[in-house]
Design a protein around this ligand. Structure first.
Ligand SMILES: Nc1ncnc2c1ncn2[C@@H]1O[C@H](COP(=O)(O)OP(=O)(O)OP(=O)(O)O)[C@@H](O)[C@H]1O
Length: 299
């Protein structure tokens, strides 16, 4: 069963009254893979997550979690979940909240592991404080500890950093990378595109309930290119550059195998090289492009 993908979701569909929220969404998350879920408000991301976890019944479609149908309660034993909207019992301490979730998960987790779990999210010194007095960001950190405490093989995080400060966000990025190293699969729903770009292996973009695009970052962002600021460019130098796009003294070429060799060649031909930098569309540019310009083409 450890060979089966962490998530296999096929043709999920959900309608709320007349509104189709999710319309034929299929995807997989491999073991040890971080999949980013992106899309505008109301695209259906949370609905997909809830159907996946059996919290909302789909009108159509199937989901396998860690090799078992998600209708089998055992499929969820090794799944950690941080919901988008969460509220813990304000009268419990952080450690009591963790202990409660360990009990609900039916696993054995030592006191030491629970303490380490709180340490991992920066709450080591707040273990015996009541959650009612926690800030939003601290509650979100606790939510992450809850999602991770039962040693899950799949972690589903719905907007895990919306309330976190920049340092907290960086911590979560490190946390995600360490999960990946331990072959834990992660599904990350986040509006923070930079965050998705930094940690995700693959991205699934939803728009109006459908998959607008999906793939690895390399597939979505295309080839890398090189931007050079050049003056005194003669015909010979132009043939050294090969095919290029030009805007004033800014030349863009496909990324060559050997950048120093290209620069040396240009200099040899009398070109003055003022700046050289790699360039590639950011995920944000690509996302906006997909959602704005060609909404139908990618379906
Ligand atoms: N319980 C519900 N009852 C009625 N409509 C719902 C319900 N849950 C979601 N919807 C509708 O389904 C659509 C998708 O909502 P969903 O919450 O899945 O989007 P989302 O991509 O997660 O959005 P956001 O980025 O704003 O969190 C929306 O039009 C929403 O109004």
């Amino acid at each position: 069963m450890t060979d089966s993908p962490a998530v296999w979701a096929s043709h999920l569909r959900k309608r709320y009254r007349k509104r189709v929220a999710v319309d034929g969404v299929s995807f997989t998350v491999a073991r040890g893979e971080v999949l980013g879920l992106l899309g505008p408000n109301g695209a259906g991301k949370t609905s997909v997550i809830k159907m996946m976890l059996g919290l909302v019944r789909p009108d159509a479609g199937e989901v396998m979690l860690l090799g078992r149908p998600n209708t089998d309660p055992r499929s969820r034993e090794r799944v950690g979940y941080l919901p988008e909207l969460f509220r813990y019992q304000p009268w419990l301490t952080a450690d009591e909240v963790l202990a409660l979730h360990v009990r609900l998960a039916g696993v054995t987790v030592s006191d030491r592991e629970r303490r380490d779990g709180l340490g991992l999210v920066g709450l080591a010194d707040r273990a015996s404080d009541r959650v009612g007095g926690f800030s939003k960001g601290m509650q979100q950190r606790l939510g992450l500890a809850v999602a991770l405490v039962a040693r899950p093989e799949l972690v589903v995080l719905d907007e895990p950093t919306s309330a976190l400060d920049p340092l907290g966000r960086a911590d979560v990025r490190d946390l995600l990378l360490s999960l990946k190293q331990r072959r834990v699969a992660v599904l990350l729903n986040s509006h923070l595109i930079g965050e998705v770009e930094r940690v995700c292996d693959r991205v699934l973009i939803l728009d109006r309930g459908r998959v607008a695009a999906s793939g690895t970052l390399a597939e979505l962002l295309g080839r890398r290119s090189l931007r050079l600021r050049l003056t005194s460019v003669n015909d010979e130098a132009r043939s050294v550059l090969g095919s290029f796009e030009r805007e004033d003294d800014l030349y863009t070429v496909d990324m060559p195998d050997d950048v120093p060799a290209l620069v040396a060649d240009l200099v040899e031909h009398g070109v003055r090289v003022h700046a050289v930098e790699p360039a590639r569309a950011t995920l944000e540019e690509r996302l906006l492009d997909i959602l704005r310009t060609h909404p139908e083409e990618h379906r």
